[in-house]
Write a protein that binds this ligand. Structure first.
Ligand SMILES: *Cc1c(COP(=O)(O)O)cnc(C)c1O
Length: 226
Protein backbone atom coordinates (compact mmCIF):
# COMPACT_ATOMS: atom_id res chain seq x y z
CA UNK A 1 0.00 0.00 0.00
CA UNK A 2 1.24 3.47 -0.87
CA UNK A 3 2.30 6.06 1.68
CA UNK A 4 -0.45 8.46 0.62
CA UNK A 5 -3.21 5.90 1.22
CA UNK A 6 -1.70 4.89 4.53
CA UNK A 7 -1.57 8.49 5.68
CA UNK A 8 -5.22 8.99 4.72
CA UNK A 9 -6.26 5.92 6.67
CA UNK A 10 -4.21 6.98 9.66
CA UNK A 11 -5.59 10.52 9.65
CA UNK A 12 -9.09 9.12 9.38
CA UNK A 13 -8.49 6.92 12.39
CA UNK A 14 -7.10 9.79 14.46
CA UNK A 15 -10.11 11.89 13.58
CA UNK A 16 -12.40 9.10 14.79
CA UNK A 17 -10.36 8.70 17.97
CA UNK A 18 -10.63 12.41 18.70
CA UNK A 19 -14.38 12.36 18.07
CA UNK A 20 -14.79 9.40 20.41
CA UNK A 21 -12.84 11.17 23.13
CA UNK A 22 -15.26 14.07 22.90
CA UNK A 23 -18.29 11.80 22.72
CA UNK A 24 -17.30 9.83 25.80
CA UNK A 25 -15.64 12.75 27.64
CA UNK A 26 -12.37 10.91 28.13
CA UNK A 27 -9.20 12.92 28.44
CA UNK A 28 -6.45 10.32 28.70
CA UNK A 29 -3.85 10.13 25.95
CA UNK A 30 -4.58 7.33 23.50
CA UNK A 31 -1.73 5.78 21.56
CA UNK A 32 -2.40 3.96 18.33
CA UNK A 33 -0.33 0.79 18.02
CA UNK A 34 -0.15 -0.11 14.33
CA UNK A 35 -0.33 -3.89 14.03
CA UNK A 36 1.63 -4.80 10.90
CA UNK A 37 1.25 -8.58 10.97
CA UNK A 38 -0.94 -8.69 7.84
CA UNK A 39 1.17 -6.30 5.79
CA UNK A 40 3.96 -6.82 3.30
CA UNK A 41 7.30 -5.27 4.13
CA UNK A 42 7.00 -2.44 1.59
CA UNK A 43 3.75 -1.31 3.17
CA UNK A 44 5.36 -1.34 6.60
CA UNK A 45 8.31 0.67 5.29
CA UNK A 46 5.94 3.20 3.73
CA UNK A 47 4.03 3.51 6.97
CA UNK A 48 7.17 3.88 9.08
CA UNK A 49 8.46 6.42 6.57
CA UNK A 50 5.55 8.72 7.34
CA UNK A 51 7.34 9.64 10.54
CA UNK A 52 4.18 9.59 12.63
CA UNK A 53 5.83 8.61 15.91
CA UNK A 54 3.55 5.56 16.12
CA UNK A 55 4.71 2.22 17.50
CA UNK A 56 4.39 -0.84 15.27
CA UNK A 57 3.55 -4.32 16.51
CA UNK A 58 4.04 -7.90 15.38
CA UNK A 59 2.62 -11.14 16.75
CA UNK A 60 5.31 -13.60 15.63
CA UNK A 61 8.79 -13.60 17.12
CA UNK A 62 10.71 -14.10 13.87
CA UNK A 63 8.70 -11.47 12.02
CA UNK A 64 9.43 -9.04 14.82
CA UNK A 65 13.14 -9.77 14.65
CA UNK A 66 13.26 -9.51 10.84
CA UNK A 67 11.20 -6.35 10.60
CA UNK A 68 12.66 -4.55 13.58
CA UNK A 69 16.17 -5.15 12.26
CA UNK A 70 15.14 -3.75 8.86
CA UNK A 71 13.00 -0.84 10.02
CA UNK A 72 14.81 0.89 12.83
CA UNK A 73 13.41 4.39 13.07
CA UNK A 74 10.33 3.26 15.02
CA UNK A 75 9.63 1.45 18.25
CA UNK A 76 8.31 -2.10 18.00
CA UNK A 77 5.85 -3.88 20.26
CA UNK A 78 5.11 -7.59 20.54
CA UNK A 79 1.59 -8.91 21.10
CA UNK A 80 1.51 -12.60 20.19
CA UNK A 81 1.78 -15.84 22.09
CA UNK A 82 5.18 -16.10 23.74
CA UNK A 83 7.37 -19.18 23.45
CA UNK A 84 10.38 -19.16 25.73
CA UNK A 85 12.79 -20.40 23.07
CA UNK A 86 11.84 -17.40 20.90
CA UNK A 87 12.40 -14.74 23.54
CA UNK A 88 15.89 -14.25 22.16
CA UNK A 89 14.25 -12.80 19.04
CA UNK A 90 11.77 -10.69 20.97
CA UNK A 91 13.65 -9.06 23.84
CA UNK A 92 16.38 -7.25 21.84
CA UNK A 93 13.79 -5.89 19.43
CA UNK A 94 10.90 -4.58 21.46
CA UNK A 95 10.06 -1.69 23.76
CA UNK A 96 6.84 -3.29 25.04
CA UNK A 97 5.36 -6.80 25.21
CA UNK A 98 1.54 -6.77 25.48
CA UNK A 99 0.94 -10.50 25.89
CA UNK A 100 2.57 -11.71 29.10
CA UNK A 101 0.33 -14.23 30.81
CA UNK A 102 2.24 -16.40 33.28
CA UNK A 103 4.80 -16.10 36.01
CA UNK A 104 7.00 -18.60 34.15
CA UNK A 105 7.09 -16.30 31.13
CA UNK A 106 7.88 -13.35 33.38
CA UNK A 107 10.80 -15.27 34.82
CA UNK A 108 12.04 -16.15 31.33
CA UNK A 109 11.66 -12.56 30.11
CA UNK A 110 13.59 -11.42 33.14
CA UNK A 111 16.45 -13.82 32.36
CA UNK A 112 16.65 -12.80 28.71
CA UNK A 113 16.47 -9.12 29.68
CA UNK A 114 19.43 -9.54 32.01
CA UNK A 115 21.38 -11.03 29.08
CA UNK A 116 20.43 -8.01 27.00
CA UNK A 117 21.21 -5.61 29.80
CA UNK A 118 17.77 -4.01 29.71
CA UNK A 119 14.66 -3.48 31.78
CA UNK A 120 11.81 -4.88 29.70
CA UNK A 121 8.46 -3.12 29.85
CA UNK A 122 5.53 -5.53 29.77
CA UNK A 123 1.75 -5.62 30.03
CA UNK A 124 -0.10 -8.46 31.69
CA UNK A 125 -2.69 -9.97 29.37
CA UNK A 126 -6.01 -10.93 30.95
CA UNK A 127 -8.46 -13.38 29.46
CA UNK A 128 -11.57 -11.24 29.78
CA UNK A 129 -13.62 -13.15 27.21
CA UNK A 130 -13.02 -16.53 28.83
CA UNK A 131 -12.35 -18.05 25.42
CA UNK A 132 -9.65 -20.73 25.63
CA UNK A 133 -7.76 -19.74 22.47
CA UNK A 134 -7.24 -16.11 23.49
CA UNK A 135 -4.56 -16.51 26.13
CA UNK A 136 -4.28 -14.32 29.18
CA UNK A 137 -4.65 -14.95 32.89
CA UNK A 138 -7.94 -14.92 34.72
CA UNK A 139 -8.87 -11.73 36.54
CA UNK A 140 -8.84 -13.53 39.88
CA UNK A 141 -5.21 -14.56 39.31
CA UNK A 142 -4.08 -10.92 39.18
CA UNK A 143 -2.78 -10.56 42.74
CA UNK A 144 -0.97 -13.85 42.57
CA UNK A 145 0.98 -12.83 39.49
CA UNK A 146 1.65 -9.25 40.65
CA UNK A 147 2.93 -10.45 44.03
CA UNK A 148 5.33 -12.89 42.39
CA UNK A 149 6.41 -10.50 39.64
CA UNK A 150 7.65 -7.98 42.18
CA UNK A 151 10.82 -10.02 42.76
CA UNK A 152 12.10 -9.72 39.17
CA UNK A 153 14.37 -6.74 38.70
CA UNK A 154 14.64 -6.65 34.90
CA UNK A 155 10.95 -6.47 34.10
CA UNK A 156 8.62 -3.56 34.64
CA UNK A 157 4.86 -4.08 34.45
CA UNK A 158 3.43 -0.86 33.03
CA UNK A 159 -0.16 -1.96 32.47
CA UNK A 160 -2.76 -4.47 31.32
CA UNK A 161 -3.99 -5.84 28.00
CA UNK A 162 -7.19 -7.63 27.11
CA UNK A 163 -9.09 -8.81 24.05
CA UNK A 164 -12.85 -8.83 24.07
CA UNK A 165 -14.97 -11.59 22.65
CA UNK A 166 -15.41 -11.47 18.88
CA UNK A 167 -19.11 -10.68 18.72
CA UNK A 168 -21.59 -8.17 17.34
CA UNK A 169 -23.13 -7.84 20.78
CA UNK A 170 -21.55 -4.64 22.05
CA UNK A 171 -22.96 -5.14 25.54
CA UNK A 172 -20.74 -8.22 25.94
CA UNK A 173 -17.66 -6.31 24.76
CA UNK A 174 -18.46 -3.40 27.07
CA UNK A 175 -18.88 -5.70 30.03
CA UNK A 176 -15.48 -7.29 29.40
CA UNK A 177 -13.65 -3.98 28.89
CA UNK A 178 -15.37 -2.62 31.98
CA UNK A 179 -14.10 -5.54 34.06
CA UNK A 180 -10.54 -4.94 32.86
CA UNK A 181 -10.74 -1.23 33.61
CA UNK A 182 -11.96 -1.96 37.15
CA UNK A 183 -9.12 -4.44 37.69
CA UNK A 184 -6.63 -1.89 36.32
CA UNK A 185 -7.76 0.76 38.80
CA UNK A 186 -7.57 -1.58 41.77
CA UNK A 187 -4.11 -2.92 40.82
CA UNK A 188 -2.87 0.67 40.43
CA UNK A 189 -3.69 1.41 44.05
CA UNK A 190 -2.43 -1.96 45.33
CA UNK A 191 0.90 -2.14 43.49
CA UNK A 192 2.59 1.21 43.70
CA UNK A 193 5.96 -0.52 43.10
CA UNK A 194 4.95 -0.77 39.44
CA UNK A 195 4.23 2.22 37.28
CA UNK A 196 0.86 1.03 36.01
CA UNK A 197 -0.34 3.51 33.42
CA UNK A 198 -1.27 1.68 30.21
CA UNK A 199 -4.51 -0.08 29.37
CA UNK A 200 -4.20 -1.79 25.98
CA UNK A 201 -7.78 -2.45 24.96
CA UNK A 202 -9.50 -2.33 21.58
CA UNK A 203 -8.77 -3.45 18.01
CA UNK A 204 -10.13 -2.44 14.58
CA UNK A 205 -13.64 -3.70 15.35
CA UNK A 206 -14.05 -2.55 18.93
CA UNK A 207 -11.62 0.30 19.65
CA UNK A 208 -14.53 2.71 20.11
CA UNK A 209 -15.60 0.65 23.13
CA UNK A 210 -12.03 0.40 24.37
CA UNK A 211 -11.82 4.19 24.37
CA UNK A 212 -15.18 4.48 26.09
CA UNK A 213 -13.88 2.26 28.90
CA UNK A 214 -10.55 3.97 29.45
CA UNK A 215 -8.03 2.49 26.99
CA UNK A 216 -4.70 4.29 26.69
CA UNK A 217 -3.55 2.08 23.80
CA UNK A 218 -5.57 0.71 20.90
CA UNK A 219 -4.06 -2.00 18.67
CA UNK A 220 -5.12 -1.41 15.09
CA UNK A 221 -4.30 -3.77 12.21
CA UNK A 222 -6.87 -4.33 9.48
CA UNK A 223 -8.35 -0.83 9.64
CA UNK A 224 -4.99 0.67 8.68
CA UNK A 225 -3.53 -1.97 6.43
CA UNK A 226 -6.38 -3.73 4.59
C1 LIG B 1 -3.87 -8.93 15.17
C2 LIG B 1 -4.03 -8.32 16.48
C3 LIG B 1 -4.57 -7.03 16.62
C4 LIG B 1 -5.08 -6.21 15.45
O1 LIG B 1 -6.28 -6.75 14.97
P1 LIG B 1 -7.24 -5.94 13.98
O2 LIG B 1 -8.60 -6.46 14.29
O3 LIG B 1 -6.80 -6.27 12.61
O4 LIG B 1 -7.11 -4.49 14.27
C5 LIG B 1 -4.63 -6.49 17.89
N1 LIG B 1 -4.24 -7.18 18.97
C6 LIG B 1 -3.72 -8.42 18.89
C7 LIG B 1 -3.30 -9.12 20.13
C8 LIG B 1 -3.62 -9.04 17.65
O5 LIG B 1 -3.12 -10.28 17.57
Amino acid sequence: MEAKTLLEKYNNLIEHVNNLKLKYSVNQNISVIAVTKYSDIDTVKNFAGLGLNVSLAESKAQSLRDRASTIKNVSWHFLGRIQTNKLKYIIPNTSLIHSVDSIEIIEDINKESIKNNKIQNILIQFNISEEEQKGGIELKEANNIFDKASQYQNINIIGLMGMAEYTNDESIIEREFGLLKTKFESLKTEYKNFDLKELSMGMSGDYHLGIKHGATMIRIGSLLFN
